[in-house]
Design a protein around this ligand. Structure first.
Ligand code: SF4
Length: 235
């Protein structure tokens, strides 16, 4: 029989922190520990993450590759006619908006730092990164957290669609939270140094077991920590 599950709207931070900690341990036991593979240039990460909005990773990466193949440099991408750039990244969808956002980002980097490079992010923690880049459309909580965590190895827990769903179902945050509220709450709940690992574990769990429409609760190893399962019986 499952134990009583804390209500994330009422539970203390300590209770929720312990719960997240147990889920981290369960995931690490089941899926094995993960290690940050090493720092990467953050500019490709920023542009790729912009391209992933509202599409699949394969489509976003295909658009990124086509763009680099066609233009060959950040400067050429920045100077390209907008309609032409939009047609080049069309496979990622929302091509006009994405072309706009990519050129605005490149223009900001050139104007602010004198070159097409986002290395300034290496010296920033999340709040400074948001204060510096957050005025650019599409370069907000999720995009910056993904780049700081996955390209620069910082301890920032990124909340995308899958992670957001899992955080709510498991009962880390209230069901009514939006992704930004979830991101803010999780900053205080994820054990130190575990942001990268937990994000990847939850993404994999979401893809393999905790599907958006029909979670496979009977096959799930996180049942004992899942508020959705306790409240719904897995139905
Ligand atoms: S028990 Fe069901 S809802 Fe909960 S995490 Fe597992 S698959 Fe998702």
């Amino acid at each position: 029989m499952s134990k009583a599950m804390p209500d994330p709207a009422k539970a203390s931070k300590k209770t929720l922190r312990e719960k997240v900690g147990r889920v981290v341990e369960m995931c690490e036991r089941e899926r094995g520990p993960l290690h940050f593979p090493g720092e990467r240039d953050p500019l490709p990460g920023l542009v790729q993450t912009l391209l992933t909005h509202n599409t699949t990773d394969p489509n976003a990466f295909a658009a990124y590759d086509r763009m680099l193949e066609k233009y060959g440099s950040w400067e050429a991408i920045h100077q390209a006619p907008k309609e032409e750039l939009a047609a080049t990244v069309r496979i990622a969808g929302l091509q006009n908006q994405k072309a706009d956002r990519i050129q605005a980002l490149l223009g900001f980097l050139k104007k602010t730092y004198g070159e097409y490079n986002a290395d300034a992010l290496k010296g920033m923690e999340f709040d400074e990164a948001l204060a510096t880049f957050g005025h650019l459309h599409g370069v907000k909580h999720k995009t910056l957290a993904v780049v700081l965590c996955f390209d620069l190895g910082k301890d920032v827990f990124a909340v995308d669609t899958h992670v957001h769903r899992l955080c709510k179902r498991l009962g880390f945050v209230p069901e009514k939270f939006d992704p930004v509220k979830t991101f803010t709450a999780m900053r205080e709940l994820v054990p130190e140094g575990m942001s990268h690992q937990l994000h990847i574990h939850l993404i994999r769990h979401g893809r393999e077991i905790c599907h958006s429409r029909k979670p496979d609760c009977e096959a799930c190893s996180l049942q004992s920590e899942c508020r959705y399962y306790q409240l719904s019986g897995g139905k």
